[in-house]
Design a protein around this ligand. Structure first.
Ligand code: PLP
Length: 395
């Protein structure tokens, strides 16, 4: 095939050549000192991405789902109660995982397109005088709806109820794309993965775990072996791994951290905001609504966009793929057929985003959508021309 188009699904994301090359390394002995040299700085530098000084960073050979499982299995016991709000496919899947682990899951149902309900969390936690709820679980960026939740407010809700519950946050599709502040928000376990903001293949579950969660975990009885924090931390202490590490991905992560550091983490966030804003301008020009209900909920890594009544979003994404060879995210769960998603996270530029908008516009026009060909691209172009690229250099 001549040329390769970028993908616009919200993970896995486009892999820069630099990272593909970084992963192209021969096998080597993970018990030799050169493994420690590559691995120890990765664990240390990850802390800057989570914005934590106190947490331990942990990497498992798994996808984000494995990270959810590790968080639960290491810190909770059968029958423990957890509180979680459902507002999209990913929060839904985390609920399912908790239920299958024998936890008692108390669910707050929220309309899709909204985010974590801090006020309802506060209410429920205040009622829980015996402190039966052991943890509150929140999806920071709901990838199904393109909704970003306010984690600081969730923390305030827990504190205002004077409740000791731990706070676990899924930041798989936000970390290294949108601001995440583990220490400031007193997050106890943050869970991410390699294939979104880190621009790599899937294969690493990347976690940060607070000292409190590690301590509480010592008396938790859910079974864990592969995902055991203690085994991992003992091995990590000397720069090692408790079993065979995914060496190539660790090389990739090392290079990804360098790329992010060179751009400057805050600049990475600014770039994601810009790209997202360009997409939002395009949606406005098409007269289409985002699933996220209000601007404070808009995600900078993914936009879920409703197609007009009478149109099927699956037909749109299928046509974009079949005719133009470009992948967009489909509508998930409740939004199947009603919305498509544009992933705008990871290694993307203005120019790449414009190509995605141009492609989906062609597919829309092919399907007789009530849009003017070029309207979305033009709106995004105007935005990109007039907005500032870089706020400050951290290099
Ligand atoms: C991608 C994603 C996950 C993890 O999915 P995996 O396919 O297991 O990596 C979890 N939560 C959110 C919000 C995600 O976007």
């Amino acid at each position: 095939m001549i040329g390769q188009n970028p993908i616009f699904i919200p993970g896995p994301t486009n892999i820069p050549d630099q990272l593909r090359n970084a992963m192209n390394v021969q096998s080597s002995d993970h018990r030799a000192p050169d493994f420690v040299e590559i691995f120890a700085p990765v664990l240390k530098d990850l802390k800057k991405i989570f914005k934590t000084k106190t947490a331990k960073t942990i990497i498992f050979p798994a996808s984000g789902t494995g990270g959810w499982e590790a968080a639960i299995a290491n810190t909770l016991s059968v029958g423990d109660k957890v509180l979680i709000a459902r507002y999209g496919m990913f929060s839904h899947r985390w609920i399912d995982l908790c239920q299958r682990h024998g936890l008692e899951v108390e669910i707050i149902e929220c309309e899709w397109g909204t985010g974590a309900p801090a006020d309802l969390f506060a209410q429920r936690l205040e009622q829980d005088k015996n402190h039966e709820i052991k943890a509150v679980l929140v999806t920071h960026n709901e990838t199904a709806t393109g909704v970003k939740s306010d984690i600081g407010k969730t923390r305030q809700a827990i504190d205002s109820a004077n409740h000791p519950a731990l706070l676990y946050v899924d930041c798989v599709s936000s970390l290294a794309s949108m601001d995440f502040q583990m220490d400031k928000w007193s997050v106890d376990i943050a869970i991410s993965g390699s294939q979104k903001g880190f621009m790599l293949t899937a294969g690493l579950a990347i976690l940060a775990v607070s000292p409190k969660a590690i301590e509480i975990g010592r008396s938790a009885n859910l079974p864990r072996t592969f995902f055991d924090f203690t085994d991992m931390l003992i091995a990590n202490k000397n720069g090692g791994f408790p079993y065979t590490p995914p060496l190539q991905l660790i090389h990739g992560l090392s290079a990804a951290l360098k790329i992010i550091n060179d751009e400057g983490l805050e600049n990475v966030f600014t770039r994601h905001y810009r790209l997202a804003q360009g997409v939002r301008e395009a949606a406005k020009a098409w007269n289409m609504k985002l699933c996220a209900k209000t601007p404070d909920l808009y995600s900078d890594s993914i936009s879920a966009i409703y197609v007009p009544n009478g149109f099927n979003s699956d037909e749109l994404t299928n046509l974009a793929y079949d005719k133009y060879n470009v992948s967009f995210g489909i509508g998930l769960g409740e939004m199947a057929g009603k919305a498509f998603r544009i992933g705008h996270l990871g290694a993307l530029t203005d120019v790449m985003v414009l190509s995605g908008l141009a492609t989906i516009e062609m597919a829309m026009t092919d399907l007789n959508y009530p849009i003017e060909l070029g309207a979305g691209v033009s709106a995004a172009q105007e935005y990109f021309r007039n907005s500032t690229k870089i706020i400050k250099s951290e290099a």
